[in-house]
Design a protein around this ligand. Structure first.
Ligand code: ADP
Ligand code: MG
Length: 248
């Protein structure tokens, strides 16, 4: 069964049709890449899924339940998570403190962070760090971590809400090839272990074709192809519109 069912989704801004009739499903544990040229509608689609934008038309079902009329926070509570960059202001906090802070903010207990919670042990925070391989760096300040490790912590922060669908907008932007692959291998493992679907946008074709189980190709607000990496690479229209001649 699909956790996410999107049907005939539309969103326009003034005269600009950003998303024009998008339908697709995502199953638990599935890693889905969303690719397409700039302006194709990728970010708009993400914002429709997380409730930041309301569709003009169409339906989104989460575990069979329509999202219509729900606020971003309600949608987040239903299991749609997203990754955020660690704000500059929190770079001086340790890795563990950042995770604890997110856990507390989710239970509306942030006020207690500065008093007691920051000192005591927190098994849940440590468990999240263990899942992303950062337990041994728990006491380091986020500001002094390697870039690839910051991304691991950001993943742990996103996992704190136990999402069933994780949205990642360009998760590997600015990373070297080796780091990109390490991060996506981790995402793959975590998605598998948690049976969590992941929808990610990505410009690096090595990541798309190396890690996605399925690829959705968006062009001018429409999905022009939906298939496994091999099918997408052989898709004539995709090669013409997006991949270009000579791209593998
Ligand atoms: P992508 O993320 O694939 O680059 P976007 O979803 O950001 O594409 O944009 C799709 C189209 O919608 C573009 O033409 C963009 O200019 C337009 N668009 C996106 N957001 C807005 C907005 N808030 N107001 C007006 N136009 C927008
Ligand atoms: Mg975008």
């Amino acid at each position: 069964m699909s956790f996410l069912e999107v049907s005939d989704l539309h969103k326009s801004f003034g005269g600009v049709r950003a998303v024009g009739g998008v339908s697709f499903n995502a199953a638990p544990g599935e890693l889905l890449a969303l690719i397409g040229p700039n302006g194709a509608g990728k970010s708009t689609l993400f914002n429709l899924l997380n409730g930041q934008l309301t569709p003009d038309q169409g339906q989104i079902l989460l575990a069979g339940e329509p999202l219509q009329g729900k606020s971003p926070r309600e949608i987040w509570k239903l299991g749609v998570g997203r990754t955020f960059q660690i704000a500059q202001t929190f770079a001086s906090l340790t890795v563990l403190e950042n995770v604890k802070m997110v856990l507390l903010s989710q239970s509306n207990q942030l006020f207690s962070f500065w008093s007691r919670a920051a000192q005591g042990p927190n098994p849940r925070a440590r468990e999240l760090l263990a899942q992303v391989g950062m337990e041994d760096q728990a006491e380091r300040a986020c500001g002094e971590l390697a870039y690839g490790d910051v991304k691991r912590v950001e993943l742990a922060l996103a996992l704190a809400s136990d999402p069933k669908l994780l949205l990642m907008d360009e998760p590997t932007a600015g990373m070297a090839a080796g780091e990109r692959h390490a991060l996506m291998a981790l995402v793959q493992q975590v998605a598998h272990e948690r049976r969590m679907a992941v929808l990610f946008t990505e410009h690096s074709m090595d990541v798309v074709f190396g890690f996605a189980q399925r690829v959705l190709v968006l062009s001018s607000g429409k999905i022009i192809a939906d298939g496994d990496p091999q099918q997408i690479q052989q898709h004539t229209q995709v090669r013409d519109v997006y991949l270009g001649v000579g791209t593998t």
